[in-house]
Design a protein around this ligand. Sequence first.
Ligand code: NAP
Length: 319
Amino acid sequence: MKVAIITGITGQDGAYLAKLLIENNYKVIGLTRSHSNFKGSNLNYLNISKNIVIEESDLLDFSSIIKVLLKYKPDEFYNLAAQSSVGISFEQPIGTINYNTQSLLNILESIRLLKLDTKVYQASSSEMFGQVKNLPVNERTPLHPLSPYAISKASAYWIGINYRESYNVHCVNGVLFNHESYLRSPNFFVKKVICTSLAIKNGLAENLSVGNIDVKRDFGYAPDYVKAMWLSIQQDKADDYLICSGQSIYLRDIIYYVFDYLGIKKDKLIENPELFRPTDMEDMYGDNTKARTILKWEYNKSFLSILDILIEEETNNFK
Ligand code: NAP
C-alpha cells in the first residue's frame, strides 16, 4: 500500500485528492496546522474522514516536518497548504510570501537531509505568469507575477526546480489554473457568485457586489484537476505541467449565466471600484497539451457545463 501525505487537507483540493488516493488504495495522512482548529467539513462532505489519519504539523517548523516524514516515510507528498487568496495577499503580503515559500523549502530540505525518495507535488499557480505577452501560456512562458500571492508561488516554483536540479529531489510543479467545486472557499469568485445569487433568490441578500469583471480567466473542475496532480507525480521523471482547460471566459459572463439560471435580474449586480485589485491580468488561459500527451490526462468540459453542476449542488445544499 502506498503512503501519501497531503498538506492543506481541509481545503478544496486536499479533500478531492484524498478521496482519489483512498479510491486507489493509498494510506492517506493529512496534515493540519492545529488539531483544535481543524475544519473537517470538506472531508465529511465527501464521506472520507474515517479513512484519513490527521497529524498536527506546522510547516514553518522544520522539526515537525521531519517528525512526520520519519514516522510515515511517504511515497508521495502533496504540498497544497497555502494562503491561497490573491485578494488576501494584498492585505497580508509578508505572511503570504513567508508561508507559501518557507513551507515548501522546509519540506524539500527535510526530504533531502533525510535522504528519502519521497516524490513531492507542489501546487503552483497560473497567477505566476501575470503580465503575459502571448496567449495561451505554456510551460516555457516567462513568469511576471502581479501580486504577493503570485510572487510567493513563483518563488516556490523555482525552489522546487532548484531542489530537482541541484539535489535530484523529485519535485513536480503542477501549475494550476482556477478550478472550482462545491467545496471551494466562500471568498473565491465563482462560489461567491453562486452563493450570493441563491441568497438573492431566497430574499436573504439584496445584491451581488463585485470588483473588475471585465477580465477573462481559464476555469476548470476541481475533481478532474486533482487527477492531473496524481498523474503528474506517477511519472519517473519530475517535471512541470500546466493543468488548465485551455479556454478563458469573462467573469461578467459567469455572473450573467448564474443570474439567468436562477432567474435574477441584472440590476442586482453592483460593480464596486473599491473591490478592484491594484494590478490585474486582462486575460489568461493555458495550453494543456503537455499534460494531455505525457500524463494522458483527459479534460474536455466547458465551464458553462460545470456551472450547471455547481449551481445544482449549491441549490441542493442551500439552507
Ligand atoms: P484552499 O481551499 O484555500 O485550501 C488551502 C489549505 O491550506 C487549507 O487546508 C488551509 O488550512 C491551508 N492553509 C491556508 N493558509 C494556511 C497557513 N497560513 N498555514 C497553514 N495552512 C494554511 O485551497 P485549494 O483551492 O484547495 O488550493 C490548493 C492549493 O492549490 C493551494 O496551494 C493553492 O494556492 C493552489 N492553487 C489553487 C487554485 C484553485 O483554483 N483552487 C489555483 C491555483 C493554485 P486551514 O483549514 O487550516 O485554513
